[in-house]
Design a protein around this ligand. Sequence first.
Ligand SMILES: [Zn+2]
Ligand SMILES: [Zn+2]
Length: 499
Amino acid sequence: MKSLCLVGRKRIALVDQSIPQIQYDDEVLLKVAFCGICSSDVLEYTSGPIFCSQPGEQHPLTGVRLPSCLGHEYSGTVVRMGANVINVKLGDHVCVDVAYGCNEQGAEPLCHACTLNYNNACARIALRGLGAPGGGFCQYVVLPSRCLHILPDSIPLDVGALVEPLSIAWHAVRVSGFLKGQTALIVGAGPIGLALILALQAHAAGQIIVSEPGPIRRQHARNLGATHVLDPTKFSSTIDLVAAISHLTPPFYEGVDVSFDCGGEQDTMDAVLKTLRLGGTAVNLAIWQNPKAQISPIDLTSRERKFMGSMGFCGEDMDQVIEALNRGIIPMERVQQLISSTVTLDNAIEYGFNALIRHRDRIVKILVSPATCEAQTEEESYEQSGEEYRDDTRRRNESRGSGSGSGSSKSSSSSKSSSSSKSSSKSKRHGDSRSRVHSSQRRSSQQRQQQRQQYYDQSGTAEMFDTEMNESDTRNFAMYSHEGSIGNCTDDPSDHTLV
Ligand SMILES: [Zn+2]
Ligand SMILES: [Zn+2]
């Protein structure tokens, strides 16, 4: 199968890799349907490695080396699963919580955040598709079932890929303490800023004001239902912008209840702080490229304002977004407005990444559809044999009295008959999986982590990149079907949010 990977400094490429196999009883094989290209992915391409490991080195937290599969906003279908998986069944459509914290790393003891289930704020946080295993720009990925969230039939898989960025916006609204009927300001209408409009509407916001310099993004904000949309470049100073926003809020409010900074610049931070009414809360979602900013504490103290951060999302945010979509509280058609285009994995570099760099002011979200790549016989065999694999692992567990999961068997007979002609190669794979799963039960968490890393190294081509190759060398490798390489890109102050 093909994977879109970071392969070196400012270099991404399509890499041929073997289809991953389930290693542990709690894992599933997911066929990726759609994976959104995030500004974090583009940043990794234009300026990386930032989140991924450095060339020739292991990632300090995940142990993953380059090439490292990118993509963390994805949906897919469960096509195989281990014997102990009970929270999903074969054929389920799911989206993925990509946090890779203490539990995923086998770290002991857990950090304080992880003990409280705030794995989004883990002290050792890493992310699948940004340095941790399990990136979504590929055709198949193996994941622990606990990071999956089931999409009901009402949510199509393309919208499912947007549950991740919607969850980031949802989390920010939730932790801000936003209340029904309150007023909000969003500074920066990139994908997360636009997702904030939908999250605030779902929380019954009384007024949603958006400040965005890009005309097309402003139009998107209007189309999604923002009540007021401003162009900050029309104001000679932040003071004038703040005065205009205050004028829009109800009499005696003198500002908004909650403001969200998606820009990560001194000007955008000044705007979200100074537009707050008495006791209001400013939320920073942006990852600042310049780590230092100036704050006048008296701006906070004099009006008892609060300034806080919001990091990614928790599993409950993802569940609440799915529920809001399912009940129409977040209108499906508005989410689909965020999808600018869908490209194949083969075209993802040119029509995805490079298009976003050239036309980011005109594009909101580009989805990559790995399933539209040329199918391979081996992959078809994997999907068809999924139920039989499940039955096989269940029998093995029952025979040793360890119990089993409760997965569906609705497609069992057709799966078996359709895969019978490939039973020989399939049996070999199953035999391999059984021995790995059996031996895994005796491993400590640290050993398990080492085994997992070895597996990912084997399935990729990490040994080829122990020393960084120059661009002409890498182009000669047969494993590359496409490759991108780039210098520094222009900065985009309206979209500096993480994941
Ligand atoms: Zn942790
Ligand atoms: Zn993202």
